[in-house]
Ligand binder design. Sequence first.
Ligand code: 16G
Length: 255
Amino acid sequence: MSVTEPLFDGAALSADSPLPLYMQLARHLKRLISDGTLAVEDALPAERDLAEGFAVSRVTVRKAVQALVDEGLLHQRPRAGTFVAKAPHVEQPLSALTGFSEDMRSRGLEPSSRWLSRTVAPASPEEAMVLGLALGEKVSRLWRLRLADEAPMAIELSVVPARILPDPLLVTGSLYDVLRGLGYPPHRALQRLSAGLLNPDQAGILHVPEGTPALFIERRSFLENGRPLEFVRSQYRGDAYDFIVELNLNAPPNP
Ligand code: 16G
């Protein structure tokens, strides 16, 4: 499908803005992807039409499109054009305790993260209860957008006792690698999955339309000695993930 009319919004770009025109155009196209005007696999109009429609140069259009290709939001097919990219589709077994980075690498996808925030602060009553902390004890909170091959996959808020992870800045790539390096490898986890719809903020961060179905996952991980290690709340794009469970006859009941 090809989209034209609602795309060319004369007010979207302003010569008075301090933001370069190509960034304004990229931001506008991003918004059209987030609000569903441009859906997955929609073709972008030709470079020439975009340049005319927005009254900018073709170089500006090229730079804006390239920025979105680099972010994984658009992809280009030789001789066919530029299309809204689909998130990679991942099938994830629920029985293995692995981290996002290793999961993506094992599928040949390059994991990355964008920080939404990272703080050290006293645990909330809920965090203190889940992580078995005394009131006032500190936690490191890592709120990240997780990407695979530059495509947004999930939003994840990981909370770890500060006495285990004193500084979230230690985490530049994989949290689990850092925890293992500090001598705190995750040993066991409990996970709760539920279905839901992304709120406008979450949808904006994941670059999908508001109300897109998602999987909400809570994970509590423990050390070998049974002490709580992390409490994670995440929202996974429903179109990007299948979670697979193996069922065995006569398996022992859950603890
Ligand atoms: C996964 C885990 C999350 C963990 C993260 C570590 C689920 C639902 N969650 O996303 O609990 O904190 O991996 O990933 O699987 P990292 O080592 O790449 O930072």
